[in-house]
Design a protein around this ligand. Structure first.
Ligand code: CS2
Ligand code: MG
Length: 402
């Protein structure tokens, strides 16, 4: 089954997406998401200029060999751009293989381990009561797991407070918007938010929160301990995770479950966190972590240490990535939860998919392959628009993690 074409489609239906389409001599084609928010053209060029010419003529069925060929063959290994490009190729080849066998992808990953996939939604508000109302709205929509983010009194802008009700798109056109941050104001505020949420919603609903890389390990330990009375489902990205051993400090101080990994791109970024059980959920995304093949290796390592998967699923990961994640989620034994942020109406028109949402869970569908397609003619009507993620500065102007 020779590859005859590998095409990169850059489109901006509501936000920028990079999609790889690999076609074989049999006419079967597969899709892979290659979107890295704010750095889309870097991946598009990596694919078009350096990878696509290597794919034409290769046997599309040789997924693992192609992965190793592109990973070891790059010499300069790892990193978000390289691994998103490899991830797109890998995902597209799995799509082709499943289509050629006339089976939904999850059937090739061991078959279904569950009936459907638990997902969480994103509620946010401009203050506590606004966030309570937003959580109530998601509960009404049938979500049983809800992430809650609120603006912080005294800080003019912060992560996770969406511009729309259903989804959160942080990238803005032009140069990076500048956000402002105060860990002290944040640490004093968040426990009040979750005390109020538990009072309103009781103990049943799963409540999640994303710190978004902004605390030191000891501050994260303090926050985790202060939130223990409200038994969060998880506290996400409590501290920048380049220093994996920093999480030992957090673990010493709190039993609040920890989720990390959306910015990771290989198993090496998280193998210490997993082996020492410093985290409870690993968040690598199909698109950013070398595709289905590498994500399976991460999941199987995590299974040994009772760490569960929780794939990143923000608006800036395309429906191609979400479809792949849902097949992965349905099959892996140690699945935890799937992030589900709605895409814009334009995105939904460009990417037709078979996945569905019902009562707080999702299902990938049973169409052969990923069950997702791209309308290339419609995609061409949405040209790329330069956009950047915000940057973040402390009150005194010092650069901080966004
Ligand atoms: C967030 C994302 O979904 C999440 O947990 O961390 O919104 C993240 O900020 C974006 O994907 C960045 O592009
Ligand atoms: Mg996050």
């Amino acid at each position: 089954m020779r590859i005859t074409d590998a095409k990169v489609i850059v489109s901006c239906p509501g936000r920028n997406f990079v999609t790889l389409k690999i076609t074989t001599e049999d006419g079967i084609y597969g899709l892979g998401d290659a979107t890295v928010n704010g750095r889309e053209l870097a991946v598009a060029s990596y694919l078009s200029d350096h990878v696509a010419p290597l794919l034409v003529g290769r046997d599309a069925r040789r997924i693992e060999d192609t992965w190793q060929y592109l990973y070891k063959g790059a010499y300069w290994r790892r990193g978000p751009i390289t691994m998103a490009a490899i991830g797109a190729v890998d995902t597209a080849l799995w799509d082709i293989k499943a289509k050629s066998l006339d089976a939904p992808l999850y059937q090739l990953l061991g078959g279904a381990s569950r009936e459907s996939v638990l997902v969480y939604g994103h509620a946010s508000g401009n203050d506590v009561e606004d966030t309570v109302a937003a959580v109530a709205d998601f509960a009404k929509r049938g979500y049983t797991a809800i992430r809650a983010q609120s603006a912080i009194p005294g800080i003019p802008s912060t992560y996770g407070v969406g511009r729309g009700k259903l989804y959160y798109e942080p990238a803005e056109s032009g140069n990076p918007p500048e956000n402002v941050w105060s860990s002290e104001l944040y640490l004093n505020f968040v426990p009040r938010l979750f005390e109020r949420l538990r009072k309103e919603f009781g103990s049943e609903v799963h409540l999640l929160h994303d710190v978004h890389h902004r605390l030191t390990p000891i501050e994260a330990g303090r926050l985790g301990r202060s939130l223990e009375p409200y038994h969060l489902f998880w506290l996400e990205d409590p501290t920048p995770a380049e220093l994996q051993e920093g999480f030992r400090l957090i673990r010493q101080h709190t039993t609040t479950p920890i989720a990390v990994g959306e910015v990771f791109n290989t198993i090496f970024d998280c193998q210490l966190l997993i082996r020492e059980q410093l985290i409870d959920y690993i968040r690598n995304a199909v698109v950013h972590s070398g595709g289905i093949s590498h994500l399976l290796k991460i999941a199987h390592l995590a299974e040994l240490y009772q760490v569960r998967t929780a794939c990143h699923g923000a608006t800036d990961l395309s429906p191609v990535c979400l479809a792949a994640a849902l097949h992965f989620d349905l099959a892996v034994h140690n699945f935890g939860i799937q992030e589900y942020m709605h895409h814009s109406a334009e995105t939904e028109r460009v990417f037709k998919h078979g996945y569905t949402f019902s009562q707080g869970t999702m299902y990938p569908g049973d169409a052969p392959g990923l069950g997702v397609d791209i309308d290339e003619a419609l995609a061409a009507q949405y040209p790329y628009q330069r956009a950047c993620l915000p940057v973040n500065r402390k009150l005194d102007g010092t650069m901080h993690s966004w």
